[in-house]
Design a protein around this ligand. Sequence first.
Ligand SMILES: Nc1nc2c(ncn2[C@@H]2O[C@H](COP(=O)(O)OP(=O)(O)OP(=O)(O)O)[C@@H](O)[C@H]2O)c(=O)[nH]1
Length: 364
Amino acid sequence: MRQQQRDILRRHGLASSGALLFTLLFMAGFQLQGDPADAAVLYSAIAVYWVGQALLLYWVGSGRSLNYQDPGLTAFFMVWAISFVSIILYLCSEHRNVVMLGYLAVMPYGVFRLTWRGFLGVALFTMASYTLVMLVLHHQNAGQWQASQEALLGAAFFISLLAYSFLGREVALLREAYRQKNRELRRAMVRIEELAITDELTGLYNRRYLLRTLEKQRALANREGLPFVLAFVDIDHFKQINDQHGHRIGDQVLVELAQLLRLSVREVDLAARYGGEEFVLLLSGLTLATAENALNRIRIAVMEENFSESSLPLTVSIGVTQYHAGEEGDELLNRADRLLYEAKRAGRNRVRTETLEQTSAQSS
Ligand SMILES: Nc1nc2c(ncn2[C@@H]2O[C@H](COP(=O)(O)OP(=O)(O)OP(=O)(O)O)[C@@H](O)[C@H]2O)c(=O)[nH]1
């Protein structure tokens, strides 16, 4: 059972306890001064009320109402209880001062849950039910009624309902302000999370996110045998671009290359800025041969492109290697970095590939 559902049931449990106490009070009042001829009607009304209450509780408890705007069905519970109080008011009219407290006991229930309009609707329903019962009673006992006293009582009742309505409105406004603040807080949290994993200049994922993803990929590879390769992509002679054209153009080159890399990999892959002019691509589910072809295509795409407002030609060197089950992330990163260094040494603008087997063969 979800927490929200548990909270709703706890609230309804408390409200039902209050309703039970009032039911006992009404029964005691009826015993004291009610007309025994009405006993069957009273007990039928009590039975109908509690059957309805149990059905509403069942509906809420079953979770069927969780998609509704108000999953607690507050307005239904309130209208049902107010209808019950109105019938009791009719049957125990001698004790109407006490019975009317039943109406007022129902109202706080909606203050924290209903919208302002919903609350006003329930308040109007209460006033209408009360007025109807009083008109019927007056019609039946016209001679014995003191109109001025009844009018005073009615006015006090309406004023109390009005006060509740204003309270309901204030609480509804507070709740809306609170919700708004929550929404803003959630947006801010999402933004902070984005910033924590994004490279500020290029908008690519940063090294922190890369390392986190690398751990997930390793777990997948170790558990499910899903292969992946890791490539270091580094701009050739980037220092010259900075020196000859300035840092601003250097930045533009980085941003545009990042964009090209992002668009060159599939959704399941990851492009990240590792630092400076060095990028890392994590390619999931690929063999080394397929990855090498894909990375060569990226290398050629970079060669064929002009970068920044100065339309500068660019080349990249790439070191790429495959993950082997059980090895540490650092081992993989160091191997790819070493391959990148070899690609640079071999003349740049090339992809250098090596498998773990080749590494082992070399070192033995
Ligand atoms: N514009 C700009 N330059 C950066 C940034 N980060 C690092 N750099 C520059 O990148 C250059 C890297 O130079 P090197 O490490 O010598 O590498 P290189 O010139 O690309 O030479 P090779 O890698 O050997 O081909 C340095 O000049 C750094 O200042 C950045 O965010 N923006």
